[in-house]
Design a protein around this ligand. Structure first.
Ligand code: ADP
Length: 761
């Protein structure tokens, strides 16, 4: 801050400044002595020290030599003793002592002030003002007075007996000088700096500003000066005790003209009061000169302290208002920013909403596209199954013919195998499209798990028989008998893994491992018992290149080398992975190219509380009785069967198969005919197609279920090419008892017929 500048002046300007300070100090001292000294040669106010302090505060300690010289000059003429050379030297030393005292006092006072107020203007804050009054105003003059009075006593100018009195007078006059003149000089300096700093601005604004503000200010200033001078004159030259009325003038000055106006008004008032008092004209000038002086100094102290405090308080207030203003501006800026942000946010929200709408629309489009796709696929699958039903059904019937030679038998087998593969492809494509449409759902049931595994192993033992590889299975002894699972889908996964193992293995062995481990989750949730079961299929086949391991789970992906050699669509693993994921697991694979592969997964299954299988699997004893074309089935299981089917080819296929099993059946072309037939005869089993003209299978079933007693109601088996899970559900909801899909498989049909018996008994 400008007041406490530390800027070092260059040598020449410095020397010049030192000389100016010395001369001004000396000049002020001389004027004070001649104009403001009492008849006892006492100056109640000593302005040179106030000037010195201001100079040091403004320009720094570099001007202290000026104070030393000035003080020396100011005192040498008063105390020089030319009586003898000895006295000359002595008095010079004595004055030097006084000067050094003044210099040290001024230097130390200002040093302490600078340190404590950290470069600020000391008249801007109350606590800074107190520091100024303490260090510069009170402490510095103490050193000054002590040195001065000591030197005078030592030199014999004054007796030691009045040391105290002289010290007090000296000190008080210095204090008054500093407190009156330092603030005033600093205010001048500040005024000078401000006017040079804002010169251009002032010039630009001069015309308007001058008219508006300055004119009023000048009038105010003139009135204030006139009133102050009048009161001062009356109080200090006319002996009227009106000095207290100067206080409002000073307050007005502080308020309207700031520190510059007020500090200079103090100078004017105190100068007049001192001049009047030393001449004996003031209201303070009473009988005793010492008391007059004390009264005057008291007045000065009160005036100075009050005014300086007011200046500081006002300045603090202004600062606070400015800070408040700044905070307000910052707040406004922040709120503007906030509003901007809010606007951006709103905009983004709008964009988001629009995107959301667009997304919802595209989702709708995608959903309807997927609906169209799955409807198409389900229709396609239905349509493909009808001719396949004929191919597979009739070839199965043909197989039983005794008139075929060996080559014809072999050709027939090829037709059956190709048909079976075609069926597998249709099922896979239907499954993958179901997965993609998000329509694959698991149908959980309680199943006999050990029986499930035994059936699986038996099937694969047959499949592997004609290959030169071993099939081994390892089941941990703690496997539960019953579990709650979608057995159809679990079988599909294990079938796929085992079929792949067989497909890609030419020598060595295939191992199926099923291992149980009690799950951590067990007993935690709702008293359910859960168990973790790990399935693993290991083979010593061709293995998979490590680079391909990830991609084999993608639809239609096949490991490159095998692409054209071995049959497959690349759908099996994709479907299996999805199914296992739906069961809460994940298929992992570890494989070494040329050595073999291990495919495995772990699922957490619930163990049902009741040991009853939901699935109407025929009991083992009965199942063993079923084999392909049991021509004595009708004898073992006599049934009155009605086939509800509109398609003549399907009628032909079903009736031929059933004939081979020993049944004579009746046929109804639609639901209406079914109901009519039932009027005339009781049937044990109705094989019911879903889609038929006039009245479809679903409606006919509902009719039967609604109008017939449970005891004499036939066992209704859906026989349909609609194979989606939803189709099965529709049949079951309508009241059908069983479900087999087309193409008709003799084995499934036989099992379903056996189930009708169990239902009936
Ligand atoms: P697909 O067997 O019908 O081609 P999958 O999805 O079941 O389709 O298998 C994808 C590919 O993964 C197969 O084509 C084959 O390259 C590879 N693969 C699967 N299982 C095995 C296995 N046990 N040994 C070697 N390669 C396998």
């Amino acid at each position: 801050m400008f007041v406490l500048s530390q800027k070092r002046l260059k040598p020449i300007p410095r020397i010049l400044s030192i000389i100016i300070v010395a001369l001004l100090y000396y000049g002020m001292a001389e004027i004070s002595r001649h104009v403001a000294a009492t008849p006892q040669d006492v100056t109640p106010v000593w302005p040179p020290d106030g000037f010195a302090s201001a100079a040091i505060l403004i320009f720094g300690f570099q001007l202290l030599p000026g104070v030393l010289i000035g003080s020396f000059l100011a005192n040498i003429w008063a105390f020089f003793n030319a009586d003898s050379w000895y006295m000359e030297i002595f008095s010079i030393l004595q004055v030097l002592g006084i000067a050094i005292g003044t210099t040290i006092g001024t230097g130390l006072g200002n040093y302490l002030l600078r340190r404590s107020i950290n470069g600020r203007n000391p008249f801007r804050r109350l606590d800074d003002l107190y520091k100024f009054l303490g260090f510069t105003g009170a402490l510095a003059p103490m050193i000054n007075a002590t040195a001065g009075v000591l030197c005078l006593c030592l030199g014999g100018q004054i007796p030691w007996s009045i040391f105290g009195t002289v010290w007090i007078t000296w000190w008080v006059s210095n204090v008054a000088g500093i407190c009156i003149f330092t603030p005033a000089i600093i205010s001048w300096y500040k005024f000078y700096v401000n006017s040079t700093k804002h010169k251009e601005k002032l010039l630009v604004n001069w015309k308007t500003e001058a008219k508006k503000i300055r004119f009023r200010r000048v009038i105010e200033a003139i009135i204030l000066i006139v009133i102050t001078l009048e009161i001062s004159f009356l109080s200090f030259y006319q002996n009227y005790p009106l000095s207290y009325t100067l206080i409002p003038c000073l307050i007005f000055a502080v308020n309207r003209f700031g520190d510059f106006g007020a500090t200079n008004l103090i100078v004017v008032i105190t100068t007049i009061s001192v001049l009047g008092t030393v001449k004996g004209l003031s209201s303070f000038a009473i009988q005793y000169p010492d008391s007059s002086l004390v009264l005057l100094q008291c007045f000065i102290v009160v005036v100075v302290l009050t005014t300086l405090s007011l200046i500081a308080i006002l300045s603090e207030k202004k600062q606070a208002i400015a800070n408040l203003q700044k905070s307000k501006v910052r707040l406004i800026n922040k709120s503007v920013q906030l509003k901007d942000n809010q606007a951006i946010l709103n905009e983004n929200a709008l964009i988001l909403e629009q995107k959301n709408i667009a997304l919802t629309e595209s989702k709708k489009v995608a959903e309807s596209a997927s609906l169209v796709k799955s409807e198409f696929l389900s229709n396609m699958s239905h349509e493909l199954r009808t001719p396949l039903n004929a191919i597979l059904g009739l070839t199965q019937v043909l197989q039983t013919s005794k008139n075929l030679d060996h080559e014809e038998q072999s050709d027939l087998k090829t037709v059956i195998q190709s048909g079976a593969y075609l069926l597998e492809l249709i099922d896979d494509i239907l499954d993958i499209s179901k997965i993609e449409a998000g329509k694959m759902e698991l149908q959980f049931q309680n199943i006999d798990f050990l029986q499930f595994l035994t059936d699986l192993v038996n099937t694969f033992k047959v499949q592997i028989n004609h290959k030169n590889i071993d099939f081994d299975y390892q089941f941990s002894p703690d496997l539960p008998q019953f579990v709650y699972i979608d057995s159809k889908r679990l079988r599909q996964v294990l079938f796929n893994l085992l079929s792949n193992a067989i497909k890609f293995t030419t020598k060595g062995s295939i191992i199926l491992r099923v291992i149980a481990s009690k799950s951590n989750k067990s007993q935690l949730e709702l008293e359910k018992t859960l168990i973790s079961i790990s399935f693993e299929v290991e083979d010593s086949g061709i293995g998979i290149d490590v680079k391909r391991l990830e991609s084999i789970f993608l639809p239609f992906e096949r490991a490159e080398e095998t692409k054209f050699k071995i049959q497959g669509t690349g759908l099996g693993l994709a479907i299996s992975q999805k199914i296992v994921m739906m069961m809460g697991g994940e298929i992992n694979v570890s494989s070494k190219y040329g050595v073999g592969s291990i495919f495995g997964f772990t699922v957490c299954l619930e163990i049902p509380k009741t040991n009853i299988s939901d699935k109407h699997d025929i009991p083992n004893k009965l199942a063993s009785n079923t084999n392909i074309y049991d021509k004595y089935l009708a004898q073992k299981l006599p049934l009155r069967i009605l086939l509800a089917e509109d398609n003549p080819i399907n009628q032909l296929v079903a009736s031929k198969i059933l004939n081979r099993l020993g049944y004579e059946i009746e046929i109804a072309d639609n639901g209406v005919q079914v109901l009519e037939a039932m009027q005339n005869r009781n049937y044990d089993v109705i094989l019911m197609d879903m889609q038929m003209p006039e009245m479809d299978g679903i409606e006919a079933t509902k009719h039967i279920v609604g109008n017939t007693d449970l005891a004499c109601r036939p066992y209704i088996i859906a026989l349909t090419a609609n194979v989606m899970d939803s189709d099965r559900q529709i049949c079951m909801d309508a009241g059908m008892d069983d479900f087999i899909s087309k193409p008709v498989n003799v084995d499934s049909l036989t099992k379903a017929l056996w189930r009708s018996l169990r239902q009936g008994t």
